[in-house]
Design a protein around this ligand. Sequence first.
Ligand code: THG
Length: 367
Amino acid sequence: MFAVFPTARLRPSPFYASAVAEGMTAASIYNRMIMPTSYGDPQAEYWRLINGVSQWDVGVERQVQLKGPDAGVLAQILSPRDLSGCKVGQGKYVPLCNHRGTIINDPILLKLADDLYWLSIADSDIWFWASSIAAERGLNVEVSEPDVSPMALQGPKAEDVVAHVMGDWVRGLKYFWFRETEIAGIPVAVQRSGWSKQGGFEIYLKDGTRGTQLWNIFKEAGQPWGIGPGAPATAERTESGLVSVGGDTDEATNPFEVRLGKYVDLDVADDVVGIQALRRIKAEGVKRHQLGLVLEGETPAPLGFRREDILRDGKRIGMMTNCVWSPRMKANIGYALIDASVLAGETVQVLRDQGQVAAKLVELPFL
Ligand code: THG
C-alpha cells in the first residue's frame, strides 16, 4: 500500500483517484504534482506498453496557456524553433532555452487558434518564465495555467481503443496534430502524441472534475485489447532514445549536446530567448554529445540518486545520466553525456557504487 497526502499545494491530478483505485504502488513528483510511476508489476507494465495498450495519468504535464493578440509572438520568443509554419490544430516539439542557451524545458506546443497556444510542459516552472518574459517585453498576452490535464494511451493497440471511443477519424491524425471535441459531454482535445515510441494518443481533459469518468470510459472500452494501467516507462524511453530534460541534462546542457539541435533554427529573430548564445555555441563548436551505453553484466543495476562518472584511460570524460535494465536488449543501458571527441564504438568505464563497469558506446536510439 502506498500513501501520499494530496493537498492543494501538491495538486493531485484529476486522474489521481483512478490511479489509486488501479493499485498505484509508486509515484514521483513532477511539476510539484504527484505522478504515478508504477502499479506493482513493472514487467507486466513494460510488456503491456510494447505489445498492447497502457493507460497513464500524466496530468503532471501541465499546460501553460498563452492567450491574446501577442500569443504567437510570445510562443516564438520563448522557442528557438521556427514556428512560422505551425497551423491551428498542429503540435510541435519545442525545446526552450534560457538566455545562455541552456535547455530548461522541452514542451509540446499546441496551436489551438491564432491567438491561443498551450505549452504542454516537462518538469520546470514555465508559467513563471513565460509570464515574466511577456511582461518584460511588453506583450499583449495573458499567461495562465488552465484546467487541462492529459491522460495517455500508449502502445500498438492504443489506436484501436481511441478509435473505438472517439471514432475512426483519430486514425487520420498526424503526429502531434490534435482535435478539440467531446466524449460523453466531457470536453477534451485528442492528440497523437505521448512519451513513448510505441505509438498512441493523449486525451487532454478540459474539466478537472471529470477525471474519473474519463478514465473509466477508456478503461472499459480498452478491455477487449487488454488495457491496463502504466506510466512513462524509463526502460522503453531509454531504448527509444527519448530525452528527459532535467534527468539527461544539467545546468549547462544546450540542445545540440542532447540530439535536439534539429529543433533549433539559428535564423529565427534576434529577440528569441537564447538564440544569440545558441549561435555562439554552434560557431565555437559543441563540446559534449549524447551517446548510448551498453553496460557489461547480467543483473539489473539502475542508476541511483546521482549521475555516475565515465572514464576513458583513467580520465573523466563525462557522466552517465540514466541507466535501466532493458528487457528487450537484456542488458543495462544508459545515456552518456561526454566529450564530443569520444565516439561510438569505444569502450569506457562507468564508476558505479559496485565498482568500475565496462560499457560500450553506441549511437542512439538503441532500438
Ligand atoms: N506529452 C505531453 N506533454 C509533454 C510530454 C508528452 N510534456 C513534457 C514531455 N512529454 C516533453 N518531452 C517530450 C519529448 C519527446 C517527445 C515528446 C515529448 C517526442 N519526440 C519524438 C522523438 O523524439 O522522436 C518526436 C519529436 C519530433 O520529431 O517532432 O515525441 O509526452 N502532452
